[in-house]
Design a protein around this ligand. Structure first.
Ligand code: ZN
Length: 287
């Protein structure tokens, strides 16, 4: 199946997308850059710094004024095109905060774009006006600590917080499982009509989908707790038991997610860490 790379796709009045040519085990067919607006536009998640993709975005803009280039977070498949696109369009970069991560040592993470430098950071609930409508930031930490969704009428651009094809990767130290689940709870209360994720198809029954995602995480947590309640285990052992038949390319990410769950469980007093080994405390008092 040939994906519609570097082509403008109109999804509904005022919402269009361009798919970047960066398919992978983590990005599905690639990053979807959205254009919101008709007479003037905001570009959401400009994507990787790939000249073919940036040319396609400029063509999709078609000479219309660009109010802002917005990033949901600073993973390398989302924000690196912001600066070159700002140069070509004269637009400012507005949205998530930059993230100061160490570039060496245990906190280093090559998946982050350390060059991202916004002109304006939007806090939770802050808006800019695009084509006569508010485009509003909804803080959704978890996948990354700086993650924002953007609300546009009754549609929500969800970045990597909610994806249309797979569960979101939550990897410490920046990824935080408890924050991620809280951020899902925040979306459930909003009542949006549709989600436009950065990867995968639109989510047309958001409330039901988010409920399913929360249930999936609760089930995973229960499974991890059952494994470490029986005997101490290291993360690879937990991954092998909890993710049978996993695509080998995803083992590291699964280990990260398990680690995120364990840190959350540890904070709640349900597991303890001893070197590489994790053990349940047996004090399962979850509410
Ligand atoms: Zn991401």
């Amino acid at each position: 199946m040939e994906a519609p790379y570097e082509k403008l796709e109109e999804l509904e009045p005022g919402i269009a997308r361009v798919l970047a040519h960066n398919p992978s085990a983590f990005t599905y067919y690639g990053t979807q850059t959205y254009l919101a607006g008709i007479d003037e536009v905001a570009v959401i998640d400009p994507g990787p710094d790939d000249s073919g993709h940036i040319d396609a975005i400029v063509e999709a803009i078609g000479g219309r004024p660009v109010v802002a280039i917005m990033c949901t977070h600073t993973h390398r498949d989302h924000s690196p095109a912001a600066a070159p696109l700002a140069k070509r369009t004269g637009a400012s970069i507005v949205g998530c905060a930059p993230l100061a991560l160490e570039t060496v040592g245990p906190r280093a993470d090559a998946s982050f774009d350390g060059d991202y430098s916004p002109d304006r950071i939007l806090g939770d609930g802050e808006s800019i006006r695009v084509d006569g409508r508010e485009l509003t930031a909804v803080a959704t930490p978890g996948h990354t600590s700086n993650h924002l969704c953007f609300a546009w009428g009754d549609a929500l651009f969800t970045g990597d917080h909610v994806m249309g094809w797979s569960t979101t990767v939550v990897v410490p130290p920046d990824g935080d499982m408890a924050a991620y689940i809280r951020s899902l709870g925040k979306l459930r209360k909003r009542g949006d009509r549709i989600y436009f994720p950065a990867h995968g198809p639109p989510v047309k029954k958001p409330e039901q989908y988010v409920r399913h995602l929360v249930g999936h995480r609760m089930q995973r947590e229960r499974q991890i707790l059952n494994l470490v309640d029986r005997r101490p285990r290291a993360i690879p052992d937990i991954v092998a038991n909890a993710y049978p038949g996993l695509d080998p390319r995803l083992i590291a990410a699964a280990g990260g997610s398990v680690y995120a769950h364990l840190l959350d469980l540890e904070r709640r007093g349900l597991v303890v860490q001893n070197g590489e080994q994790w053990t349940g405390t047996g004090s399962d008092s979850r509410s």
